[in-house]
Design a protein around this ligand. Structure first.
Ligand code: SF4
Length: 1011
């Protein structure tokens, strides 16, 4: 009899010897004797999930006498196979850290220290603060007289640290208060992924999943250092490489990812579109594209309307007064039935593929090389290696992370990879797709639950003032297609949106009152309520108080000198945290007199991941349950408990005292206490009355079996429709599944269909209908994902259950796109239908060789007396700064800087520079230097290294330096945040800041001092 490693440990270590090991049929007596001394003897074993990167490594936590005594990787988790990186390996010490916040702390206005308070006192005062501010500042109508029912003077920031269930109750509470300044870490890490991937394929998530990378024939890692920042990813990339795949790393600096790749190519930060544009030209010129795929599944054959043009860096439709494009100039041409006109011969000059060919004709090797700093030989090496996957039986995957997203062209960086994947037919197949390596621990789930101002849970646009009724809103956001072969899945939006309102307002949501639509706050159309704007308005005294949970903006938001001053201006602030950090203690930062800081701060100690239950979603959309392994340390509580108590206390106040527009709060169907299991059921959704569907009766209160059963008549509820189907009456909570069994077909492609649950509807590889031909036969039978066999699909859950395209009733494969096709030409983004190279907001160049347009013409630029931008080619700041994470510290480092082993490995702020630059500046390795920009300066130790090399850009030598973004002034006491020098400029689609490229200078520090 065989026993898994985990089962073996459990039998030995968890005090279960009485079960009789002999019944296993093996003699374990020597090991049994040894096991008696094991530290985990008598301990309770539970499964939790590492709270750092989106690999979401499952861990086995052993707790004894209420204390966590051991944490190790779970060998049954397919992604990690039991592995952990340095951060995961430090979980025990982080959970037990003496630095943990264990008691509620209060800081009175002007006070110089924290004082301990009990929960009851804190909660009562917090609820009062929220209600007072809301009653005072609530806005029923906007300047145009439209009903908006919103609260602008209070914000919420964070948190990707919470579980999906905590996110669900948090979102509901924030909207009930009417808060519109609502944002979390997704904004600053992966906000461009959703609009970019959705514009290409229909959904905004990573297309495949981690273990699928082992199926690739080529992996192009660009904008990511995954060996160090998403270490378990590399397990699968290594596997692919061992099987013969070529692995290419394109990145400004050499790293451990480069070392393990087939080859590394350095690139100047901010020039990815130039390099990828060159690849598009290369594919088209050499006819390397997968023609059958391109003709049938993409919009290559669609005719672009005659209004479209592109001249000297500008697309048609630019309105200089508004600083925006009128996107109607990018519409497709339609016939009188409303069908998009197509030319499947691809000969028409206005066919998308020909318009695209024309667009990228400027991206020749000379120009691309001179802008990127990549030699022509290296460009060809990359193009040749990757473009060999444009064959039916080959697959190539792109892997990216913040190196692509954090730019003023973040969305279009990702779009460029989407164009290449469509050309090569690398979509829907095993080993293909685009791996968006999400940043924070549950940033996938909290994006699904939309802790973001512009969305409601399940990717519904937040209503704006111009849609005053539910009917107006649904008409605007429910797409129509005249093509009978297009599934156009978003035509179901009314069902999902109505079910969300039913979930929020219960029996109070009726057809007569538009299901409570008027209680949802309305934004002003086109207004931006994201991080950069929140801090700008705070700085300008327009925001008075707020909530910040599991987020460290005073360290992690660009131009932190301004951010910190803005934070000082708040009257009150509620923070939920695990440790002190630069945000909790901003009022006592170096150089500031606390007596002059008026902010009243409520600091709530938060339970850590292994001290609470719930689900998180990894980058591959796997929704996984983690268990409560020990009680929260000290008096800390889960954030879910905090949110529910705050909301209920505010509601009690409204019921008792009355106040301004109380309905969204008093009419809310909201839990009285936080129970993750119960919330998971709400998220899935219920029937709100007895309903018969397809001859089957579903009783009121029963769980809805899947989102295809949701209705727009109020008979169903679901907090987040994409998760509907994850918790069913028959199978229970599917996120708890641990079944590793596979069919031979699934085993071949590392598909684990019964482990946990995946949205949507347990489909592991999105767009998998594009991996088969028109008759449903896999393009690559060796690595088949699905196949049409004997009148049905086998393999993965098909992305749309209808027959293949050539069969009766067949449909196009991209079911989320209005016209059923993936999109080269994307008419929905703010900055153009094709990616175009523009220089970063701060650039060492004086001209852009691709056009007369230097920067993204519609990028978001924050303007204030503290937001200066260096001129193009400013000689005072000639060096490009890029920023990055480290294996040992996560994001702002506010948790990991409390891990002694992690801090020992990476103890201080540093700046990587080439030997050539160091020589120029007279700096030696290990010396302290000042890094300065127009926004400020910061101090770092010089790391003089061959990992960074000078670039030759347009014939001149240019330098790049790199700094980690995880350090801050609270600890260790050697170096503050890199964000003291970064810029408040954002991508026009999502306002993600341009962390990855700004201009600095570097010089030797004259004295070693804290800044
Ligand atoms: S940080 Fe990521 S790779 Fe490291 S242990 Fe945690 S989940 Fe796994």
């Amino acid at each position: 009899m065989s026993v898994s490693r985990r089962g073996f440990i459990k039998l030995l270590g968890a005090g279960t010897a009485a079960m009789g090991l002999s019944r296993l049929g093996i003699d374990l007596s020597p090991t049994q004797a040894y096991a008696a001394g094991l530290k985990i003897e008598g301990a309770k074993e539970s499964i939790s999930i590492c709270p750092f990167c989106s690999c979401c490594c499952n861990v086995l936590v052993h707790a004894k006498d209420g204390k966590i005594i051991s944490v190790e990787g779970d060998p049954d988790y397919p992604v990690s196979g039991g592995g952990l990186c340095a951060k995961g390996a430090s979980l025990k010490s982080l959970h037990n850290s003496p630095e943990r916040l264990t008691k509620p702390l209060y800081r009175a206005p002007g006070a110089t220290k924290w004082v301990e308070k009990d929960w009851d006192w804190m909660m009562e005062r917090i609820a009062g603060r929220i209600k007072d501010q809301r009653d005072k500042d609530f806005k029923a109508k906007n300047a145009s007289g439209a009903v908006v029912n919103r609260l602008e003077s209070v914000f919420h920031l964070g948190s990707s640290q919470v579980s999906n269930e905590e996110a669900a109750v948090l979102h509901q509470m924030i909207r009930a208060f009417g808060i519109v300044h609502f944002d979390h870490q997704a904004r600053i890490c992966h906000s461009p992924s959703v609009p970019a991937l959705a514009e290409c394929f229909g959904r905004g998530a990573m297309t495949n999943h981690y273990s699928d990378l082992a199926n690739s024939d080529a992996v192009l890692i660009m904008g990511s250092n995954c060996a160090e920042h998403h270490p378990m990813t590399f397990r699968w990339i290594n596997m692919a490489k061992e099987k013969g795949a070529v692995v290419v790393h394109v990145d400004p600096k050499f790293s451990r990812t480069s070392a393990r790749s087939t080859f590394h190519v350095p690139i100047r930060s901010g020039t990815d579109i130039a390099m990828l544009g060159g690849m598009i030209k290369y594919i088209l010129e050499k006819k390397l594209f997968f023609e059958e795929f391109v003709v049938n599944y993409t919009n290559a054959s669609f005719l672009v309307g005659e209004k479209y043009s592109f001249k000297d860096g500008m697309f048609a439709g630019f309105d200089a007064a508004k600083g925006k494009y009128d996107k109607s100039a990018w519409a497709f041409e339609k016939d009188d039935k409303g069908m998009v006109k197509r030319d499947k011969t691809l000969k028409h000059p206005r066919c998308v593929i020909n318009v695209m060919r024309e667009h990228y004709s400027r991206y020749d090797l000379d120009k691309v090389s001179s802008v990127t700093g990549v030699s022509k030989a290296d460009l060809l090496k990359v193009y040749e290696a990757y473009c060999a996957t444009g064959k039916p039986d080959k697959a190539g995957a792109f892997v990216y992370a913040l190196g692509w997203t954090q730019h003023s062209v973040g969305v279009q960086n990702i779009r460029a990879s989407g164009l290449i994947q469509q050309l090569l037919g690398n979509v829907g197949n095993a080993g293909g797709g685009i791996a968006a390596l999400r940043g924070e621990p549950n940033v996938q789930g909290t994006t699904d639950h939309a802790l973001l101002y512009g969305y409601l849970p399940g990717y519904h646009n937040t209503p704006t003032a111009n849609y005053q009724t539910l009917g107006d809103y649904l008409r605007a956001y429910t797409p129509k297609s005249a093509d009978p072969m297009s599934v156009n899945w978003w035509q179901n939006r009314p069902k999902y949106f109505t079910s969300l309102l039913k979930s929020w307002y219960g029996d109070n949501a009726t057809k007569e009152n538009d299901f409570g639509y008027s209680w949802v706050p309305k934004m002003d159309p086109g207004e931006d309520y994201s991080h950069l704007y929140i801090f700008d308005r705070m700085y300008k005294d327009q925001i008075k108080g707020g909530l910040c949970f599991g987020h460290n903006p005073c360290q992690s938001i660009p131009n932190s000198n301004k951010v910190r001053k803005a934070w000082d201006k708040l009257d009150w602030l509620v923070i939920g945290e695990v440790f002190h950090n630069e945000t909790t203690d901003n009022w006592r930062r170096p150089g500031v007199d606390p007596k002059k800081v008026k902010t009243e701060v409520f600091l709530l100690p938060s339970a850590y991941r292994a001290e609470k239950a719930g689900t998180v979603s990894n980058s591959g959309r796997w929704q996984m349950w983690h268990y409560k392994c020990a009680e929260p340390l000290g008096k800390s509580r889960s954030m879910g408990e905090m949110f529910v108590e705050v909301m209920n206390r505010v509601r009690d106040l409204y019921l008792k005292e009355g106040g301004t527009f109380p309905e969204p709060i008093t009419k809310a169907d909201y839990p009285k206490t936080f129970d993750a299991e119960a919330v998971a059921r709400r998220v899935n959704g219920f029937f709100t009355r007895d309903v018969e569907i397809g001859g089957k009766l579903y009783k009121k209160g029963q769980l809805v079996p899947g989102f295809a059963n949701l209705k727009d008549d109020g008979s169903t509820s679901s907090t987040c429709w994409v998760y509907c189907g994850g918790y069913t009456e028959e199978a229970g909570n599917l996120s708890k599944r641990r079944d590793l069994t596979q069919t031979p077909m699934q085993a071949k492609i590392h598909l684990f269909p019964k482990f946990a649950w995946v949205w949507p509807m347990d489909r592991r590889i999105l767009y998998n209908r594009a991996s088969v031909d028109l008759n449903g036969k896999p393009y690559n039978p060796e690595k088949a994902v699905i196949e049409w066999k004997d009148g049905k699909w086998v393999g993965d859950v098909p992305d749309g259950g209808q027959p293949p395209m050539a069969m009766k009733g067949g449909v196009y494969p991209f079911i989320m796109q209005t016209e059923g096709h993936s999109q080269f030409f994307g008419p929905g983004r703010e900055d153009g239908p094709f990616p175009e190279h523009y220089e970063p907001a701060e650039t060492p160049l004086k001209v852009n060789p691709f056009s007369g347009q230097m920067h993204n013409p519609v990028m978001k630029v924050i303007k204030s007396d503290m937001d200066q931008l260096a001129k193009n080619g400013d000689p005072r700041f000639p060096i490009v700064l890029t920023t990055y994470s480290l294996t040992e510290h996560w994001c702002s480092g506010s948790e990991t800087r409390n891990g002694p082993a992690l801090l020992e490995a990476e103890p201080q702020q540093y700046v990587e520079m080439s030997h050539e630059l160091a020589k120029e500046k007279g700096v030696k390795n290990g010396e302290v230097v000042i890094v300065e920009s127009l926004r400020g300066k910061t101090q770092a130790v010089a790391m003089v290294t061959v990992r960074v090399k000078p670039f030759t850009i347009m014939g001149k030598t240019m330098h790049l330096v790199g700094m980690p973004f995880c350090f801050g002034w609270t600890k260790p006491k050697c170096g503050d945040t890199t964000n003291r020098v970064t810029v408040s400029v954002g991508d026009p689609n999502t306002s993600i800041p341009e962390y990855k490229a700004c201009l600095v200078n570097v010089y030797k520090a004259t004295k070693v001092t804290e800044l």
